[in-house]
Design a protein around this ligand. Sequence first.
Ligand code: PEP
Ligand code: MG
Length: 326
Amino acid sequence: RRAEYASLKNLPSVTTDGERMTLMVNAGLAEDAAALHLAGADGIGLFRTEFQFLIAAQLPGRESQLRLYKQVLDAAGDKPVVFRTVDIGGDKALPYLTDEKDEAENPAMGWRALRLSLERTTLMKAQARALIEASKGRVLRVMFPMVSEPWEYEEARALFEEQLAWSKRAKKPVPKSIEFGAMLEVPSLAEMLDELLPRVDFLSIGTNDLTQFLFAADRADPRLAERYDWLSPAILRFLRRVVRQADAAGVPVRVCGEMGGRPLEAMALIGVGIGNFSITPAAVGPVKAMIRSLDAGAARARMEKLLAKPPRDMRKALHDWAKRHS
Ligand code: PEP
Ligand code: MG
């Protein structure tokens, strides 16, 4: 199969009925950037900027952030890179950032990601300045993790816009333009899409966190791993509703969680109307192979039927359908 996937490297992710899907990769280190070319991907759909913080002994300064972001953008060449602002705190606590170990009982639901960034604005401003300067003359694509309510997104975006204005006044390098996105990984945000959608350039669904919050099931607990399925009707209906609202508002929806990295799950995502995935580089071949043998229109029609009256075993139903159709 390896050889089969390798032979797909330079072929587009097009379905049998002619729909072009986008396959990007998740990355977090400068070295990962090269993987996108090796995998034959369309870009980096999630660059986890916190990796640099997690492996450092002290808070990375603006200069070292700038260096990393430039390296990543250079490695990506003309392919897009979506930078996510730091998702630290909670279980990814940094010794040099908080005085003591974070003893929160539920760190995943704790003081992390944007919640922390909006309070530690010095940190976020430094990151904004580094991203702005690194993207000189290009499009800067940035998204915020763990947005729970639209005002959090607005505050984060305003902070970036202030830094952009500052950079312009100081005659520093600035991007050609900035695209702002929100990660949808906290279910509460889905109830506020009417307010959020007019303000974002894209939505990126983090299915890892979304699943754990939707089901109240710790993503790190192996005892629950088999229990809550990405192919459950609850998740698929949730996603379909989000896609419908976003489509109506003309906002592109992407998935950057691991769900998109499995062929059957990716097929289900196409079934609910999503065609842009950011996945682990090793998954690009298998997912591309699936896409190239899939009739997207038929998958959507099938999904519509299945979600109207969900079978007890959605995974089996989708698996059986996939077997018959490709
Ligand atoms: C997610 O939650 O799905 C996601 C992409 O973010 P992370 O895995 O880094 O929390
Ligand atoms: Mg997440």
